[in-house]
Design a protein around this ligand. Structure first.
Ligand code: ZN
Length: 243
């Protein structure tokens, strides 16, 4: 009986630790930016797992149509495959950040592997466009003390989110819209995906359509769309590449 109780307690402790590693707002392992105060008339659109051919370019058209900036967390290996798309992002005034080189779950990686993943992504982005925002988003939202410590040692600022579009699995535009409107309270960082970490070319047409609808709706309600650095109140001037 005692053995069973101990095991149950162990499982409970393990799942609390798991929650703290994955939940976007959990702060046990160090502060990460998630949102600003509720009710602020500002929203930050963020897109993970790109660049993704052709959906990132479709998304760029929508953002340009509404004259809205966004923040993109890029996968380094895709940056190497499609540097021209990243150049378009930066030319249009969007912020680009680090989402590792191959999108592993970092909580299962050694410090050496974590460091290599982050450095390789930063290198790929700098190589493609010569700028990098120094923002970092961990794949799957997974983080533990070593992940945050190494990120900060490399000068990267971890960014999470407060609104989830649940658009990483096949879904519909309507469902994405419903998820977002249910969670938006103002001051939010919104998590969406212009790419898919498994393969280049993952269909994100629903995310693109939902973005078009979302911007129109919330602009009408007086919301301003800003980049993550703008929302953080420190418009990080994009650092130049090392010459
Ligand atoms: Zn991702």
């Amino acid at each position: 009986m005692l053995g069973l109780a101990v095991t149950a307690a162990g499982i409970a402790a393990a799942s609390v630790a798991g929650y703290q590693s994955m939940a976007p707002s959990a702060q046990w392992y160090g502060k990460t930016f998630t949102r600003i105060n509720r009710g602020a008339r500002k929203l930050a659109l963020t897109y993970d797992d790109g660049p993704n051919d052709p959906y990132t370019l479709h998304l760029l058209e929508v953002l340009a149509k509404h004259d809205v900036p966004a923040t993109f967390f890029l996968i380094g290996r895709y940056v190497q495959q499609r540097p021209a798309i990243v150049r378009e992002l930066v030319k249009a005034g969007h912020v680009v950040g680090n989402h590792t080189f191959t999108h592993p779950q970092l909580i299962f990686q050694s410090p050496t592997q974590i460091r290599a993943q982050l450095s390789a992504c930063t290198f790929a982005v700098n190589d493609a466009v010569g700028v990098h925002s120094n923002l970092f988003r961990p794949p799957f939202g997974g983080r533990r003390p070593a992940v945050l410590r190494i990120a900060r040692e490399l000068g990267l600022e971890p960014v999470m989110w407060s609104v989830t579009g649940y658009d990483w699995n096949p879904t519909t535009r309507e469902r994405i819209q419903r998820h977002m409107t249910r969670q938006i309270r103002g001051g939010d960082v919104i998590l969406l995906h212009d790419g898919g970490h498994v393969a280049m070319g993952t269909d994100r047409s629903h995310t693109v359509a939902a973005t078009d609808w979302l911007i129109a709706r919330y602009k009408q309600e007086g919301y301003e769309f800003v980049t993550v650095p703008e929302m953080m109140g420190k418009v990080v001037r994009q650092a130049s590449a090392v010459s």
